[in-house]
Design a protein around this ligand. Structure first.
Ligand code: GDP
Length: 288
């Protein structure tokens, strides 16, 4: 399945991020722990260059714990990079983030100039949730100062630590075909860019292979041996009473249920890619 997705005006964001990076010591890249590779914007990687980067694997509460460990190891093996897990239920993630950033740039500690950190992430990855929880915790100063545009928020987390929000919108980018339905299932891609039934079927195809127990438990199916992915979606729809005329299953309704429940973690803790799988897709896409 291919998803047609043409995010607009990335060049404006590129320019704004490039300018902001001049005054940035560490970049925090927020990733979706259920699809870390697919939720990374490759443009950001090219702009960051060799700057120290903290990869925050957010929504870790929804992701597969074993695969969380694999992804942490994958990123921690990269130069100038550290990775931490995070979820919205953490009341005060600030200390953890500050500590990780100072570990990336140890010479900053105690200097006259505060550490300046830029936080980036594609839509729906949890950036607002994180910034809000940081702001609530700290009675922070945000935006609206001279020289700071309205869109660019600054959060003072400590006297020696300033957090800046990305200037502009960092859209998801589908660089490997396998990322398409993953990004759509996670909610990062606009709803009118894809067909819910196609995305739900692709998701079910992966889940039945890798996370069958969660599917069986959630939909109380005696077995997943019901035929192809459409037949599985149909069986789920029938279970949930998504019927239209003449007892036919309403696949659209069934698809919406599957996607909503995946996003809400009701299908169990799921990660849609391993580092190994993602790197293989990327190598194939780069060669194509
Ligand atoms: P943004 O578009 O990056 O600003 O994303 P939001 O902060 O609006 O979050 C998108 C959705 O993900 C919201 O429904 C949040 O409640 C949810 N969310 C954010 N962080 C987490 C997390 O760590 N765990 C879980 N389970 N949900 C989260």
């Amino acid at each position: 399945m291919s998803i047609q997705w043409f995010p607009g005006h990335m060049h404006l964001t590129r320019k704004a991020i490039t300018e902001r990076l001049d005054d940035t010591d560490v970049v925090i890249e927020l990733l979706d722990a259920r699809l870390p590779g697919s939720s990374a914007n490759p443009l950001l990687a090219s702009l960051i260059g060799a700057k120290p980067t903290l990869k925050v694997l957010n929504k870790q509460d929804l992701a597969d714990p074993e695969r969380n460990t694999l992804w942490l190891a994958h990123y921690n093996a990269q130069p100038q990079t550290r990775a931490v897990l995070l979820d919205a239920s953490e009341i005060a993630p600030a200390q953890k983030l500050i500590k990780a950033c100072f570990e990336l740039d140890p010479e900053r500690g105690g200097m006259v100039k505060p550490m300046r950190v830029l936080i980036c992430g594609i839509p729906n990855v949890g950036k607002s949730t994180l910034i809000n929880s940081l702001v609530k915790k700290r009675a922070a100063h945000t935006g609206d100062e001279a020289g700071i545009t309205r869109r660019e928020q600054r959060v003072v987390l400590a006297d020696d630590f300033y957090l800046f929000d990305t200037p502009g919108m960092l859209w998801p980018k589908i660089t490997v075909p396998e990322s398409g339905y993953r990004l759509a299932a996670s909610g990062a891609v606009g709803r009118n860019a894809y067909d819910e039934r196609d995305v739900a079927m692709a998701l079910l195809g992966y889940l039945r292979e890798q996370y069958a127990a969660g599917l069986i438990a959630r939909y109380k199916l005696p077995s997943l041996d019901v035929g192809n992915d459409e037949a599985l979606l149909s069986a789920i729809g029938a279970r949930r009473g998504c019927l239209q005329g003449k007892g036919r299953v309403d696949l659209q309704k069934a698809a919406e249920i599957v996607l909503t429940e995946f996003r809400g973690g009701q299908l169990g803790r799921v990660t849609l890619e391993t580092p190994e799988a993602f790197m293989a897709w990327k190598t194939a896409a780069d060669a194509a």
